[in-house]
Design a protein around this ligand. Structure first.
Ligand SMILES: NC(=O)c1ccc[n+]([C@@H]2O[C@H](COP(=O)([O-])OP(=O)(O)OC[C@H]3O[C@@H](n4cnc5c(N)ncnc54)[C@H](OP(=O)(O)O)[C@@H]3O)[C@@H](O)[C@H]2O)c1
Length: 305
C-alpha cells in the first residue's frame, strides 16, 4: 500500500480507500471479513455517506465497530451529508443533524472527515462554516472537505471556514477523464477544449486538495463497469496488454493509471469482493511508464491536439 500525508494534519491516508456505498446488503460477518481484509492490505480509510443504503451502510459498519471497538483507532472514517430526497441541503441545521445521525449509526464518538456531498445552489457559506466550526469545536468532526465541487464553489466555502478543505471527491477514471481532457486542449477550437469544471484539477493541486476519484472502474452509471464491456474494446485490449507488461490485472492497471497522476489522488474502491479488493491494491506495486499512461488514455478514443 502507498500512503499520503495530508499537509497540515495528522492524517496519513492509504492511497486506496474502501468505499462503503455498496455494503448495505452485506451480512455483518461478511462486512467484518471485508474490513479485516482491507486493514490487512494497509487500507486505513473508509468512505461513507449518510444516504448510502438509506443509512444502512453506516449502520452495518457501526455493527462491526460495536463488535470490534479496537478497530476504530486503526481507521480514518469519512462520511458525507447534504443529499436529501429530491433536494440538497447545506443548512447548518441539516449538517448538524446529519452528523448526529451518522455518529449514532456508526456507533463511534467522532468522524475523521466530513464531506459536503453535492453542491447545494442554496448554500450559504457562512452558515456552512458555522456548522463546521461547531462540529470541530465539539470534537465530533476532525476535518472537512467537499465532493463534486468546482473551484469557485470551494473558494466560496473556504472564504468563511477557518480550517482548510482537504478533499474533493470526484468521478474520475480513464474513461471519465474530463478534468484531464480540457487541460490538453487549451486554446483549441474542438469540443475537448471546453473546460466544464473551472480548471479543477489544477486548482486542487495548487491548493493541496486531495482528489478522491469515485467509480474507478465504472464508465458511467448507465454502462456500469468498463472492464470487458463491449463498448470499450480498444480500452480493454490496451488494459490486457498492460496487464501482461506489469503483471497485474486489468482492474489494477486502471487504478495504477489514476495513481500515476502527480496530483496524488486517493481512489475510492467500491468493491464488496475480497478478491477484487486484493487485486486492486496490487496497483500500488507498479509505477506506470509515461508512454503507457498516455497509450491507455488514448485507447478510450480520445485524441491529443
Ligand atoms: N461522492 C460521490 O458523489 C460518489 C458517488 C458514487 C460513489 N462514491 C464513492 O465511491 C465508491 C466507489 O464507487 P463505485 O462503487 O461506483 O465504483 P467502483 O469502485 O468503480 O465499482 C463499481 C463496480 O465495479 C464492480 N467490479 C467489477 N469488476 C471489478 C473488479 N475486477 N475490480 C473491482 N471492481 C469490480 C464492483 O463490483 P464488485 O463488488 O463485484 O467488485 C462495483 O460494483 C463508493 O463506494 C462511494 O464510497 C462517491
Amino acid at each position: 500500500m502507498l500512503y499520503k500525508q495530508i499537509e497540515g494534519t495528522d492524517l496519513t491516508v492509504s492511497r486506496i480507500a474502501l468505499g462503503c456505498m455498496r455494503i448495505a446488503d452485506m451480512q455483518v460477518d461478511a462486512l467484518e471479513t471485508l474490513v479485516d481484509k482491507a486493514l490487512s492490505l494497509g487500507i486505513n480509510f473508509f468512505d461513507h455517506a449518510d444516504i448510502y443504503g438509506g443509512g444502512k451502510s453506516e449502520e452495518l459498519f457501526g455493527e462491526v465497530l460495536k463488535k470490534r471497538p479496537e478497530l476504530r483507532e486503526k481507521m480514518i472514517i469519512q462520511t458525507k451529508c447534504g443529499i436529501c430526497k429530491g433536494y440538497y441541503d447545506f443548512s447548518k441545521e441539516h449538517i448538524l443533524e446529519s452528523v448526529e445521525n451518522s455518529l449514532e449509526r456508526l456507533q463511534c464518538g467522532y468522524i475523521d472527515v466530513l464531506l459536503l456531498h453535492r453542491p447545494d445552489a442554496l448554500m450559504d457559506p457562512k452558515e456552512v462554516a458555522e456548522a463546521f466550526h461547531e462540529l470541530q469545536a465539539s470534537g465530533k468532526v476532525r476535518y472537512f472537505g467537499v465532493s463534486n465541487m468546482n473551484a469557485y464553489q470551494i473558494e466560496r466555502l473556504q472564504k468563511y471556514f477557518k480550517g482548510k478543505l482537504l478533499f474533493n471527491q470526484l468521478q474520475f477514471n480513464v474513461v471519465h477523464s474530463g478534468m484531464i481532457d480540457s487541460g490538453f486542449h487549451v486554446n483549441m477550437k474542438d469540443q475537448e477544449a471546453i473546460d466544464r469544471d473551472g480548471m479543477l484539477l489544477d486548482y486542487c493541486q495548487l491548493h493541496d486538495i486531495t482528489i478522491q476519484p469515485w467509480s474507478i472502474v465504472q464508465a458511467s452509471w448507465e454502462e456500469g463497469c468498463f472492464l470487458d464491456h463491449p463498448n470499450y474494446v480498444s480500452l480493454n485490449q490496451k488494459l490486457e496488454e498492460l496487464s501482461k507488461t506489469y503483471g497485474i490485472s486489468k482492474a489494477a492497471v486502471s487504478v495504477a493509471w489514476i495513481l500515476r497522476h502527480p496530483a496524488q489522488m486517493q481512489p475510492i474502491a467500491g468493491t464488496t469482493s475480497i478478491k477484487h479488493l486484493e487485486d486492486l491494491c496490487t496497483a500500488c506495486d507498479v509505477e506506470m511508464r509515461r508512454e503507457d499512461w498516455y497509450a491507455l488514455y488514448l485507447s478510450t478514443e480520445k485524441v491529443l491536439p
